[in-house]
Design a protein around this ligand. Structure first.
Ligand code: TXA
Ligand code: MG
Length: 320
């Protein structure tokens, strides 16, 4: 009876949320990137519930969330030297490292892969939850598969109420985009998914760091990247300049420059900088969906710093 839950407990208490995890249920919780949907890494039936609740393809592996370096040793077979440097520099924080997996980790967590994604969130509520549970938690983003990742507990509730045991409520997430994913399981480190820890920051620690290109065998290593992602129901059009927007009929605009003055939009948002754009993007998509907006114009940004991750999410959300 995988989907028998009808009522989802809402709480701000990590202790209460941890009770649900211990009972084998699944719990949404805030992190500094987006909300995650967690299960005890050692509980295969709880892990299966995550896939059922999200409608997630079963070949898409989950990230393990830890609260200490000791926990990494329980789930990773080895920590290669370059991974150790990145851990030292960026944990806790919005970085996921792909490492060879320990034999204790059930195949359900990694979709049968011999590697596991490991991340130590820096959000105090996430840390407290993992500590209370006393075990790493596997957690994808807490959205229905294919929808924008949730940056508020209300967005989690819209997607998953009645399908999960508990929502641990926090504030709107600080960053708004998912973690940077770096493959450290082979000799050459590769960024599989750009995020808030930037290419420039990673290269300062590991100079040979590369970015996986689309169509790359490396990119294919991250099964999640082949699915359309982060997508609102509306058509997403990328424009370099606001004046390229052509229709105002049931349309919306988000970007760094002021919206075009000759058009009136259902929703519009001018962001102060790339960080604010990243912070607001998924919430803006969801607000557009709620108003049944049909077309969303998104201004492109330069692909440096956080702009690389933002450009990646915009491209994935966009219709060709
Ligand atoms: O910020 C984040 O990373 C959030 C929060 C909740 O921590 N989590 C998140 O999880 O975005 P998810 O499942 O939505 O995205 C994880 C990505 C997917 O593209 C998945 O395919 C990839 O990481 N991934 C996970 N384990 C992997 C592995 N062993 N090898 C390659 N890619 C992996
Ligand atoms: Mg996701």
């Amino acid at each position: 009876m995988k989907n028998a839950i009808v009522k989802t407990r809402l709480t701000r208490s990590p202790r209460i949320a941890a009770h649900f995890i211990r009972r084998g249920e699944i719990v949404a919780f805030p992190t500094e990137t987006v909300y995650g949907l967690g299960a005890d890494i050692s509980n295969t039936s709880a892990i299966n519930r995550i896939f059922a609740a999200k409608g997630r393809p079963i070949d898409n592996p989950l990230i393990a969330h830890v609260s200490s370096i000791e926990q990494i040793k329980l789930i990773a077979r080895v920590i290669p030297p370059m991974a150790a440097k990145l851990i030292e520099a960026f944990f806790p924080g919005p970085l996921t490292l792909i490492l060879p997996k320990h034999k204790n980790v059930p195949a359900a967590a990694t979709a049968g892969l011999e590697t596991i994604g490991v991340r130590m969130p820096r959000h105090p509520v996430a840390q407290e939850l993992i500590r209370e549970c006393g075990t790493p938690l596997v957690a994808p983003s807490a959205n229905l598969s294919g929808r924008p990742s949730p940056t508020t507990w209300q967005a989690v509730k819209i997607d998953l109420y009645g399908k999960i045991g508990c929502i641990l409520k926090g504030d709107q997430t600080e960053i708004g985009l998912e973690s940077t994913v770096v493959d450290c399981s082979e000799r050459a480190p590769v960024i599989l998914r750009p995020g808030a820890i930037t290419l420039e920051e990673l290269r300062a620690i590991v100079p040979q760091m590369k970015l996986a290109q689309i169509g790359d065998t490396k990119a294919a290593k991250s099964p999640g990247l082949k699915y359309r992602h982060y997508a609102p129901h509306a058509i997403v059009k990328l424009i370099e300049y606001p004046r390229e927007a052509t229709t105002e009929k049931n349309a919306a605009y988000i970007g760094l420059d002021a919206p075009p003055t000759h058009l009136t939009f259902r929703l519009k948002r001018q962001c102060r900088d790339t960080a604010e754009y990243a912070h607001e993007l998924f919430q803006f998509f969801r607000a557009c969906d709620a108003l049944q907006v049909e077309i969303i114009y998104c201004q492109t940004v330069s692909a440096t710093g956080l702009g690389l991750a933002l450009s990646d999410r915009l491209r994935r959300a966009a219709n060709p």
